[in-house]
Design a protein around this ligand. Structure first.
Ligand code: LLP
Length: 387
């Protein structure tokens, strides 16, 4: 996404900070995603956790994607936004009884279960409500996603999924239950995965696990391989749509499906990250020890990724055309030293009032906002509002 002069002129009339969404880029991303998935008949569930902005969700829904939810409120949001209940899956390592009841009453497609104990609780509640339930077991495949340790989920030491050693009890639990049917196996090894060999390794592991189920005569209808495809935070302008072609081709090449099996994907970041920017103003510039501090009116309350995961987000000064460069620590207004977007970043000489764009903020930006320091939660504006 490249901000036009017209968009910049509009931004100058608005209070900052705010999230800006380029709906045209979101549509371009969805065009590529859905057409590449269609080549292999793959099903897509959008991971709500990445962004639940109404305009974004409406656009995604138009492309026929289902919903991957991780809380009762996300399930409700999906239903309210018109995602058909039979295309909603409910994942998460800690589903509360109330969340389970609500999801059962909404007749969603499937619960992705993360422990035998969870399955037993769902079974008991479903019995009480006289409901039948589809479940998929989330299996911890012990495959390295080669990503930041805070967003890695498929290793043995992570809290997610059921270990293969416990799979016998999963099968026994389903056999003993009148309500549960095991329709799928589910995997998700992590997020912001750019080394696609991790997905090849996942496929190899899934193939072995499929053999295990086959040897027990357990029929699996759905293989859900999760999400996690990374995006290019370093070159967001020139590389604004993730390489869905190569991504799906890996699964097509390495996943050995049994007859009639469907493959499900639950992508979040790669769908929405690049279409969103956080737009902010420079409040003050002051000299530090070795750099200058560029103090913005946005901080970790609007985009916490740099502070939580040392994540890089490209930063542009949209206002200035100055040729001279200075070195800045770009920081927010929050009373924490960690409220820093970038350290020792070279930018054109900047001044109070300049408009700053922090790019690739469409995923895990607005959804992770907080009102720490009693900051106001900011809303969003959209490219098609600017005529
Ligand atoms: N499926 C499951 C089971 C997940 O846990 C996640 C993300 C996804 C799908 C979607 O993954 P994606 O395609 O968006 O990578 N806040 C962190 C990311 C946390 C991801 C949590 N799980 C960040 O800002 O990097």
């Amino acid at each position: 996404m490249i901000i036009s002069q017209k968009q910049l002129a509009h931004f100058s009339t608005l209070k900052t900070p705010f999230y800006f969404y380029d709906i045209t880029l979101l549509e371009k991303t969805l065009d590529s995603l859905t057409s590449e998935a269609k080549k292999y008949g793959y099903s897509l569930h959008y991971a709500f956790k990445a962004n639940v902005n109404d305009r974004v969700l409406n656009t995604i829904r138009k492309y026929g994607m289902g919903a991957d939810c991780v809380s009762g409120n996300e399930v409700q949001k999906a239903i309210d936004m018109g995602f058909p209940a039979n295309e909603v899956v409910f994942a998460g390592v800690g589903k509360s009884d109330d969340e389970i009841i609500a999801a059962l009453n909404n007749d969603i497609f499937c619960f992705n279960c993360e422990s035998v104990q969870e399955m037993e609780v769902i079974d008991e509640i479903a019995n009480r409500l006289n409901k039948k339930v589809n479940i998929a077991v989330r299996i911890n495949p012990n495959v390295d996603a080669n990503t930041h340790k805070h967003i890695s989920t498929g290793l043995k030491e992570n809290k997610f999924g059921v270990k293969m050693e416990e799979m016998e009890s999963v099968v026994d639990c389903v056999k003993a239950s009148k309500t549960l049917s095991l329709v799928g196996i589910h995997f998700h090894i992590g997020s912001q995965i750019t080394d696609l060999t991790s997905y090849k390794n996942l496929c190899v592991r899934v193939n072995q696990i499929q053999d295990w189920f086959e040897s027990r005569h357990v029929k699996i209808e759905v293989v859900n391989v999760g999400g996690g495809l990374g995006i290019d935070y370093y070159n967001p302008e020139s590389n604004d749509v993730a390489d869905f072609k190569q991504y799906f081709a890996i699964f097509n090449e390495f996943l050995q499906l049994r007859s009639g099996q469907q493959v499900h994907f639950e992508l979040g970041r790669s769908v929405v990250a690049q279409c969103g920017s956080l737009i902010s103003r420079v409040l003050f510039v002051k000299k530090g020890e070795n750099t200058s501090f560029m103090i913005l009116d946005a901080g970790m309350t609007e985009l916490i990724r740099p502070m939580l995961y040392q994540a890089y987000h490209k930063i542009n000064n949209l206002t200035t055309t100055a040729k001279e460069i200075d070195t800045y620590d770009v920081v927010g207004p929050i009373c924490e030293s960690t409220d820093t977007f970038a350290k020792a970043l070279e930018l054109p000489i900047s001044k109070r009032g300049d408009i700053i764009e922090i790019k690739s903020a469409g995923a895990y930006g607005e959804v992770m906002a907080s009102n720490y320091n009693l900051k106001t939660l900011h809303s969003a504006i959209y490219s098609d509002e600017i005529k």
